[in-house]
Every structure is written in structure tokens, then in C-alpha cells.
Design a protein around this ligand. Structure first.
Ligand code: HEM
Length: 397
């Protein structure tokens, strides 16, 4: 019997469900020594906590930079608290203001307008890869269209895409996953180079605005946003677009191939996306801080304690999703999963994420109807506290 979370172990991402079911049944408020956090696992509790930002604060919740060494902090200087004003990392009233600004770029019309672009990016990629007959889905198929779409949305010139992609990975690792001291210094270098780049992009758009996210946000500096907030927004949208959607797509393709539902009938694609998110979510949950003592199911979470809202567990809660370990492509309430969060921080890119997942599955199903898993591979995931993404997925057609 597993006693605590273990982010260093493969099961933490690959197969935590028996452990999570035990927590839902026996310890719905679990104090994890390993995570240094209380963990909520029942659907109703997870949703209620997301919906109660006064008691479950987002302030500083994203920043794991507590693990940075002295030398790394010195190197980073004023940038050591990067993300401190990011929209997902603050409470109202700052959150209300930031969210209003960022939402301007995600109107239904703006999102719908990206579908054609995204479809073309997928078709172009398949023109190049399809003749090969095999690929690593993760490196060859899953990432490129989302990365290119996000870069265009932000306004990153095509020539800089590879640079930006590599640097975004640096800062993500530096701030969101614990790293050994030597590696921290390397990542900090990459991060500072990246900040410089974004600063220059913002300055360029201030002088000569274009039709992109950076120009729109830059136009709000002084009125609604600060320069730093704009830099953080750009950085985190790059991360949201570059990583979560491709991770979710890889998880979905693996699931669909294993379940033998490929290609997905077009009428079922939208619900299949929701069921794939519910059962193999790319996000495992969100962190919060208790703003006061909170007593739940007889356990008191002390003020200032870190709390993990396990959306991964919520999506497998048998009281909401009957027979939760079974993939049901037309499950009526699949879309009630909490993989995009809930409440005031509900993912601002959810509609765009869904659009990409649906479009990618449609195009892939049509262009590669014979897609199958290559035999004899080990399925492994990246080690992570809060994300689920495959390291590789070998496929043939
Ligand atoms: C399948 C893909 C995605 C998943 C699983 C995902 C997941 C999430 C989750 C769980 C949250 C809530 C965080 C919290 O409450 O602490 C969130 C917020 C956010 N997401 Fe996403 N996301 C995805 C795609 C995207 C995309 C494509 C973008 C932008 C292009 C994006 C941008 C954001 C932003 C800016 C927030 C902060 C919103 C706020 O705090 O008000 N996400 N996302």
C-alpha cells in the first residue's frame, strides 16, 4: 500500500488512481509530508476550494522558487520572484484587473479565427511527416502546430520560435520544478536571456503595434497593466500554449489508440476530447494557500498551509463519474472534469485548448486513419508535480 505521494516515482504521474481512490475514501484531507501540502481529492471539495478564493488563496501559489539556492537568487536579482504578478498567482482585486486585460485577447471571435490557421499548421506538418510511415508522436507531431500557433498569437517572429521554445522550458524548470544547484545556474542564464528578449519584443510593439497579443497588452501598459505584468503574461501564455495542449493531445492519442477508437468518428470528437481530459488530464491540479484555518472532514488545515487541489483525483471520483477507470467516449458528463480549473481562475485558454485538441484529432484521424502504437515500447511520463505529459510515443501508420 502506497503511503504518500512520490513525485520522483513513475507511478505518481502514470498510475496514481488506486492511491487517490484510497485517499478519497479514507483521507479526503490528506497531509502529504512528501509534497509539504494538504491534498484535497474529492470532486466536491476540490471544486468548492477553487470556488472560494477568499479562503484558498492563489497568491504565490505557482512559485516553487523557494527551492532556489543563494547563488541562483543572487544571479536572478530582482527577477528571483518571477511570476509574482502573474494572473494565476494573485488574488482579487489584482486578479480581477489582470483577468479583464488578458480576456480581451481571448474573445470567442478571436479564438474561432485561429481554427483555420491551426488546421493549416497540422496539414503542413502531416505533408512532411506522413510519407515516413512512423514517428514519435511527442517530438514529431504533437508539439509543432501548437507552438507555432501560440508564437503567432503572441507575435514572436518565425525565426525566433526555436529560441523562445527552448528558453520557456528553462524558466519553467527553474521556477516550477526543483533542480540541483548547478543546473539552477544554467537555467537562470537561459531565463535572463529570455527576459531580455521579451523586453525587446514589448519595446518593438510599443513603437510599431501589430495585430497580436503583445501589441494588445503593450497598449494597456500605464492604463491597466505594468510592464512587468505584460512580460509575465506573455511568458505564461507561451507556456500554456507550448506545453499543456501538446501534452493533453499526446495523452489523448495514447488513450484512443489503446481503446481501439481510431479514427474517432467526427460526431464524437468533441466529447472524446472531454473524456480524454477527464481520464488522462494534462494538469494534475493547482496549489493554493489556506488564508485562514479551514476545517474539513474533521481535519484542520492551518492558516498559511499549502493545499493541492487534485483535479486528477476529482476526475476519477466515482460519485460523479460512475466506473471512473473506464473510458466512455460518449460519457454524458465528461465535460464536468476540472482539468481547466474552476471559478475565477478557470483557464482563460480553455476554448482555445479545446479547439486545438478537436482540430488536431480531426485532421490526424483523416490523414492517418491507420495510426497505431509501435509494438514493444515502454510508455513513460515526464516527472512532474502538476503536469502529465509523455516523454515519447512511438506510432506507425
Ligand atoms: C489542455 C490545455 C490546458 C490545460 C490543461 C490548462 C489548465 C489550466 C488550469 C488548471 C488553470 C487554473 C490554474 C489555477 O486555478 O491555479 C489554468 C489557468 C490559465 N491558463 Fe490554462 N490550460 C490549458 C491551455 C491553456 C492555453 C492554450 C492558454 C493560453 C494560450 C492557457 C492560459 C492560461 C492562463 C493565462 C491561466 C490563468 C487564468 C487566471 O488565473 O485567471 N491555458 N489553465
Amino acid at each position: 500500500m502506497i503511503e504518500d505521494f512520490d513525485v520522483g516515482a513513475a507511478w505518481h504521474v502514470a498510475a496514481p488512481y488506486a492511491f487517490l481512490a484510497g485517499l478519497r475514501a479514507r483521507a479526503p484531507v490528506f497531509k502529504s509530508e512528501h509534497l509539504g501540502a494538504y491534498v484535497l481529492t474529492r470532486y466536491a471539495d476540490v471544486r468548492a476550494a477553487y470556488g472560494d478564493p477568499r479562503r484558498f488563496s492563489s497568491r504565490g501559489s505557482l512559485t516553487i522558487s523557494r527551492s532556489l539556492t543563494r547563488a541562483t537568487r543572487d544571479k536572478l536579482g530582482e527577477h528571483g520572484s518571477f511570476l509574482s504578478s502573474f494572473v494565476a498567482n494573485v488574488d482579487p482585486p489584482d486578479h480581477t484587473r489582470l483577468r479583464r486585460s488578458v480576456s480581451k485577447a481571448f474573445t470567442p471571435r478571436a479564438v474561432a479565427a485561429m481554427e483555420q490557421d491551426f488546421r493549416r499548421l497540422n496539414e503542413d506538418l502531416l505533408d512532411r511527416v506522413a510519407p515516413r510511415g512512423h514517428a514519435d508522436f511527442v517530438t514529431d507531431l504533437g508539439h509543432e502546430p501548437s507552438i507555432k500557433l501560440t508564437a503567432r498569437f503572441i507575435g514572436v517572429p518565425e525565426a525566433d520560435e526555436a529560441f523562445v521554445q527552448a528558453r520557456v522550458k528553462d524558466w519553467f524548470q527553474l521556477f516550477l520544478s526543483p533542480q540541483p544547484p548547478e543546473r539552477q545556474l544554467e537555467l537562470a542564464d537561459g531565463f535572463l536571456t529570455y527576459l531580455d528578449y521579451v523586453d525587446r519584443l514589448v519595446a518593438a510593439r510599443a513603437k510599431d503595434p501589430q495585430d497580436d497579443f503583445t501589441s494588445l497588452m503593450t497598449s494597456l501598459i500605464g492604463a491597466e497593466l505594468t510592464h512587468r505584468e505584460v512580460v509575465e503574461l506573455i511568458s505564461t501564455i507561451l507556456l500554456g500554449g507550448n506545453d499543456t495542449v501538446p501534452n493533453q493531445l499526446g495523452n489523448a492519442v495514447l488513450r484512443l489508440l489503446r481503446e481501439g477508437v481510431w479514427p474517432v468518428p467526427p460526431a464524437l470528437v468533441a466529447n472524446a476530447v472531454e473524456e480524454c481530459m477527464r481520464i488522462d488530464g494534462a494538469s494534475l491540479g493547482s496549489f493554493r494557500y489556506a488564508a485562514e484555518d479551514v476545517t474539513l472532514h474533521g481535519v484542520t488545515i492551518p492558516r498559511a498551509a499549502l493545499v493541492l487541489l487534485s483535479t486528477d483525483s476529482a476526475g476519477h471520483d466515482e460519485s460523479v463519474f460512475p466506473d471512473p477507470e473506464r473510458f466512455v467516449i460518449d460519457r454524458p458528463n465528461a465535460a464536468e472534469h476540472l482539468v481547466f480549473g474552476y471559478g475565477i481562475h478557470f483557464c482563460v485558454g480553455a476554448a482555445l485548448g479545446r479547439l486545438q485538441l478537436r482540430t488536431a484529432l480531426e485532421v490526424l484521424g483523416r490523414r492517418l486513419p491507420g495510426l497505431r502504437l509501435a509494438p514493444g515500447q515502454d510508455i513513460t511520463y515526464r516527472r512532474s508535480i502538476v503536469g502529465r505529459g509523455l516523454t515519447s510515443l512511438l506510432v506507425e501508420w
